[in-house]
Design a protein around this ligand. Structure first.
Ligand SMILES: [Zn+2]
Length: 248
């Protein structure tokens, strides 16, 4: 390995720091989005409760109206009962009267249940409103915190980027292109260190994908400064400095 491969090793270490800083920035922005979504979900839940309350009210108004007309019917039936001329007629009107009264009591029960449901919905609405207030405060706090952190991470990223550019200048353009392409494929991990299998001589594997690497490739890396890529995963192969110093 010579200046090109050593340069790539250095670039990889800067690339790792750059990606880590970018990930931290993305994470701190994501925290704000998560909180925004929480507030939005609660607002949607509140809207849904309001609609339910409105629906119950419409239904209850309709039942009240029906009850009123049925109460009038009961009054009319009572009058008919009093005016009945025969036992048969009396019995018929009485049956009708009892049926109507039974139906009315069912409607009254329905109205009462709707009222109870509305009360429950209203108390839930209150609790959701409180949660919204709380979450909004949390959101503001997170937003402020995140803005501060983001500024810090951005400065860090710019600094590392400058370093990256400086190291990149020391690397031939075609090698740099290979590095960038492989880095894109493997989430920043363009290089793979060749690993020597313990207890065995001349048995090597790629530290990225763990497939075998020929001793010939290792020899080439030790004697030359050319990019050799893993035949399986295409990462740029490098030697671990500490492992091979003695042999160089
Ligand atoms: Zn590999």
């Amino acid at each position: 390995m010579g200046p090109v491969l050593n340069g790539l090793v250095k670039l990889q270490s800067v690339e790792n720091r750059l990606r880590a800083a970018k990930a931290k920035l993305a994470r701190c922005r994501r925290n704000v989005i998560i909180r925004e979504n929480q507030v939005r979900n609660l607002q949607n839940a509140l809207e849904a409760k309001k609609e339910e309350i409105q629906l119950s009210k419409v239904q209850s108004d309709r039942l009240e109206l029906e009850l009123k007309s049925r109460d009038e019917q009961v009054a009319r039936l009572r009058a008919s009962l009093n005016a009945a001329k025969t036992n048969k007629e009396y019995a018929a009107v009485l049956t009708q009267l009892n049926t109507t009264k039974a139906d009315n009591s069912k409607i009254e029960t329905q109205i009462l249940e709707l009222l109870k449901a509305t009360e429950a919905d209203e108390s839930e609405s209150e609790s959701i409103k409180n949660q919204i207030d709380q979450q909004k405060q949390e959101l503001e706090r997170t937003r402020k915190e995140s803005e501060q952190m983001a500024a810090k991470y951005q400065a860090e990223i710019e600094e590392i980027q400058t370093e990256w550019d400086e190291v990149a200048l020391t690397i031939p353009p075609e090698s740099l292109d290979v590095f960038k392409r492989v880095a894109e494929t493997y989430d920043g991990e363009a290089l793979a260190v060749i690993e020597k299998q313990q207890g065995k001589t001349d048995v090597y594997s790629c530290g990225g994908c763990f497939m075998g690497i020929t001793a010939e490739s290792v020899n080439l890396l030790m004697t030359r400064d050319d990019i050799i890529r893993c035949p399986n995963c295409t990462r740029i192969l490098v030697l671990d400095g500490t492992q091979y110093t003695a042999e160089r």
